[in-house]
Design a protein around this ligand. Structure first.
Ligand SMILES: *Cc1c(COP(=O)(O)O)cnc(C)c1O
Length: 418
């Protein structure tokens, strides 16, 4: 889809977007148009006039700005700040798991806690940006396939600026997700298939429904929103990146986006050339990218009968597979998976030792870290960053049966053993 709409485009600040680029062929596309995939069906990446950013922006100027993703606006494609659709995205904290680190023999484990974003997941970053761009470019209807969190974020941001939204989820998506999507103003359907089947409904309905396809990587702006995780992490760590970043990978937008952020920051000289190892983490029940990595392939094969409790990373086919694999190679990183039993035990270990409740996808990164340490891939002085991308509270948790019957006398000694 390529249609120029100028109504909301007038600029209120210097703008740095130079063009968009096909991630496979490098072919250029003009900025300020509505874009889907490139001519060869690959994701488009936004490119900036980095020299100009280097001249106009300083690290100290950044210090005085409000927290949150929009403080990095020079690195983002929006032209007019009045088009920002925001729900108060915070700068997410880095939480140290010091007890777990001691136990595992790792220098430092920091969790970037993305569960604090609006709608309870980092999908808010991507969709705040994608919806803001859609508003700027005059879109009135958007559609998305989702395992839950992306749909919730689209619903919230689209409703906020008067854009209609249509959301399609796999049948077994937890009710809490479907209900929050509906409450936040979207029209939502369960589908008896997986996320790629939902994606086909969105793609096939485009001409009849005249909606904008907001699927992962099928439009170029969600990735720029998720890129702000990388910008934020670099700034929080004093413009020095950690030794390794463990990322729970579904479509891969966040990993690709962070790697893009680091390379832009290196280009303007804000980071030294020390790169973190990017580690793609998947659940063993749906690990197409890990399989491709282990086989030395450039592309992943679709994963059949995908099954894991970490539903946010249950993505059997990823359009950006080759970009994730490219980032792993360029960063000297790797891909690693962990089975559901280890995801559950990781969640228990982190919450029991450090009082931090990770969602299943975040817990997958801790399970993978345990494996990586065991395999000697993480050194005992390493600083490692894990991503907790969504709140644990949207998922089923282990049942608790303790009950006090007031018709009987209370036996306090029993409290100690429950
Ligand atoms: C979407 C999602 C992921 C995966 O994100 P990608 O960047 O698309 O790979 C991980 N965790 C949670 C909680 C998610 O909602």
């Amino acid at each position: 889809m390529r249609k120029q709409v100028n109504s909301n485009l007038s600029t209120d600040r210097p703008t740095f977007t130079s063009h968009l680029e096909c991630s496979e062929t490098g072919e250029h596309y003009p900025a300020d148009f509505l874009h889907g995939l490139s001519e060869v069906g690959k994701p488009l990446l936004v490119r900036y006039d980095l020299n100009n950013i280097k001249l106009k922006l300083t690290k100290s100027a950044l210090k005085n700005r409000p927290n949150g993703m929009w403080r990095y606006r020079e690195f983002l494609p929006l032209r007019n700040t009045s088009n920002i659709v925001s729900l108060g995205e915070p700068t997410t904290p880095l939480i140290s798991l010091s007890n777990c680190a001691r136990e595992l023999g790792v220098g430092q484990i920091l969790v970037k806690d993305e569960s604090r974003l609006p709608t309870g997941s980092f999908k808010a970053r991507g969709l705040s940006l994608a919806v803001s761009m859609a508003k700027e470019l005059g879109v009135s209807r958007m559609a998305i396939p989702t395992n839950g969190n992306a749909g919730a974020a689209l619903a919230a941001y689209a409703t906020r600026c008067g854009i209609e939204s249509f959301v399609f989820c796999p049948e077994d998506t937890p009710d809490v997700n479907v209900r929050e999507i509906s409450l936040q103003g979207a029209k939502v359907w369960k589908v008896n298939g997986l996320i790629n089947d939902c994606g086909k409904i969105v793609a096939d309905g485009k001409s009849q429904m005249n909606w904008f396809d907001t699927s992962t990587l099928k439009e170029p702006y969600r990735i720029e929103g998720k890129k702000t995780m990388g910008l934020e992490l670099a700034e929080q760590l004093g413009w020095r990146l950690p030794d390794a970043i463990f990322y729970p990978t579904g479509g891969g937008t966040g990993l690709i986006g962070m790697w893009k952020a680091f390379s832009e920051l290196m280009d303007i000289g804000w980071l030294d050339s020390r790169k973190p190892k990017m580690v793609c983490v998947q659940a063993s029940g749906c690990a197409p990218i890990v399989k491709a990595w282990n086989e030395g392939a450039d592309r992943a094969q679709p994963w059949s009968s995908a099954k894991t409790i970490a539903s946010g990373i249950r993505v059997p086919v990823a359009l950006g597979d080759f970009l994730v694999l490219r980032a792993l190679r360029e960063s000297d990183g790797y891909a690693i998976s962990a089975p559901d039993e280890e995801i559950v035990s990781a969640q228990i270990e982190v919450s029991n030792r450090d009082g931090f409740l990770m969602g299943p996808e975040g817990a997958t990164t801790f399970a993978a870290l345990r494996r990586a340490v065991f395999e000697g891939r993480v050194g005992n002085n390493d600083q490692v960053v894990l991503f907790n991308c969504g709140t644990a509270l949207k998922y089923e948790m282990p049942e608790v049966k303790n009950f006090i019957d007031l018709t009987k006398s209370i036996n306090y000694a029993e409290f100690l053993s429950s």
